[in-house]
Design a protein around this ligand. Structure first.
Ligand SMILES: Cc1ncc(COP(=O)(O)O)c(C=O)c1O
Length: 384
């Protein structure tokens, strides 16, 4: 049997992933400080599942539309702007990326991704036979992050680079795309005919910073991504969407091609797609509750960890970065934390080039979160 390399057939699990699996297999307890599954922490809107159940009755007749039901796209356009026909419903944001890779890039082409950044786009690109090149995002404490625009400018000169991915706010950087950065990125994309993909899934969760305005733009071909997994803390509902904007002359052709991709899959379940207007109405309450949780936990992290360690500026999102003294190399630190019954993502997982950074989740219940921070501090101090 031969499996494709792009499916990761020749990859071995990483050492710390194996150590983690061994610990769990041995039945030993583990407090996951990086867990960003909101359904484990009492977040989201309890009414969401009833809204989908109610819509199930309306789904008895199948009426497929590659973009998703019109009333749901009308609700999105009313909330986020644009026209209903600018939206495509997908089963998740990850699927939206996958469709866009099919739409924009041929095997051997490249997309530009931020480093540090969420390690999701690289495998999705690889599955499509597409490579990734990274543009650096730099940090200066306590001011925050900025995109290396010169490097990005140089990357998009390469005709193989078909799209630039921006995540706003970034995961794990928490940095929003600033208006001046957006202007420069749009200008570089417009000049070189490169598409722009803006992942806004954490957009409403502003913490140290202010949310940037929505990235839909007419300057270059732009795709903005969002979905219920973050907006309603409901990854299990499996509903995301993408919005297309850009120069009017390009939109009809893009729409036809994207319809073909979407029509081949028709992957969105009808009940959740039909329930979208009701689900969007639940979002403000859910977002407010989640943001309060994030705010309280970030303050706790600063109180417990900032004295000895450095909690980085976190403009928004569900993850924060803490720099701990580098008694050990990243993997040895993660392994030592595992021995102490703690799991924390080391920075290299997100392409952070500074050793000793950990990416931690802000979602847990406040008491669990505080215990986690105190145990982390004790475990790192014990290494000194
Ligand atoms: C920045 C970012 N984009 C997209 C996703 C995937 O979202 P979805 O569950 O809609 O596929 C994640 C998941 O954590 C993420 O962090």
């Amino acid at each position: 049997m031969v499996l494709a390399r792009r499916a990761g057939a020749d990859e071995r699990p990483h050492r710390i992933a194996r150590l983690r699996a061994d610990r769990l297999a041995a039945g030993l307890p583990l407090l996951d400080l990086s867990d960003s599954n909101p359904t484990r922490y009492g977040l989201g809107a309890p009414e969401a599942l009833s809204a989908v159940a109610a819509a199930t009755v309306r789904a008895s007749t199948y009426d497929p539309d590659p973009r998703g039901p019109l009333p749901s796209r009308e609700a999105l356009a009313a909330l986020r702007g644009g026209r209903p026909d600018d939206y495509w419903l997908t089963a998740s944001t990850s699927e939206a990326y996958s469709w866009l890779l099919t739409l924009l890039a041929d095997p051997g082409d490249l997309i530009a991704v931020p480093a540090p950044g969420y390690p999701l786009v690289e495998p999705l690109a690889r599955f499509a036979g597409v490579g990734t090149v990274s543009y650096p995002v730099h940090y200066l404490h306590p001011h925050g992050w900025w995109i290396d625009l010169e490097r990005l400018d140089a990357l998009v000169q390469d005709p193989r680079v078909r799209a630039v991915v921006v995540v706003s706010p970034g995961n794990p950087t928490g940095a929003y795309l600033q208006a001046a950065e957006q202007d420069r990125v749009v200008e570089a994309c417009a000049r070189t005919g490169t598409a722009l993909i803006v992942d806004e899934v954490f957009g409403p969760y502003a913490l140290d910073g202010r949310p940037s305005s929505a990235a839909a733009t007419s300057g270059c071909l732009t795709f903005t991504l969002d979905g219920l997994s973050k907006l309603l803390c409901a990854p299990q509902l499996k509903l995301g969407w993408l919005r297309v904007s850009g120069p009017a002359a390009q939109l009809a052709e893009v729409g036809r091609a994207l319809d073909q991709v979407a029509d081949a899959f028709l992957s969105v379940g009808a009940p959740v797609a039909l329930a979208l207007p009701e689900l969007l109405a639940l979002a403000p309450g859910s977002v407010a509750r989640t943001r309060e949780r994030l705010r309280v936990n970030l303050a706790t992290a600063r109180r417990v960890l900032d004295e000895q360690y450095r909690v980085r500026r976190c403009d928004g999102g569900w993850t924060f970065l803490v720099d701990v003294p580098r008694y050990l190399a990243d993997d040895d630190l993660a392994a030592a934390l595992l021995d102490a019954g703690l799991w924390a993502h080391p920075g290299w997982l997100y392409d952070l080039d500074s050793p000793g950074a950990l990416a931690l989740s802000l979602l847990p219940e406040p008491a669990t979160f505080e215990t986690g921070c105190m145990r982390l501090r004790a475990a790192v101090d014990a290494l000194a």
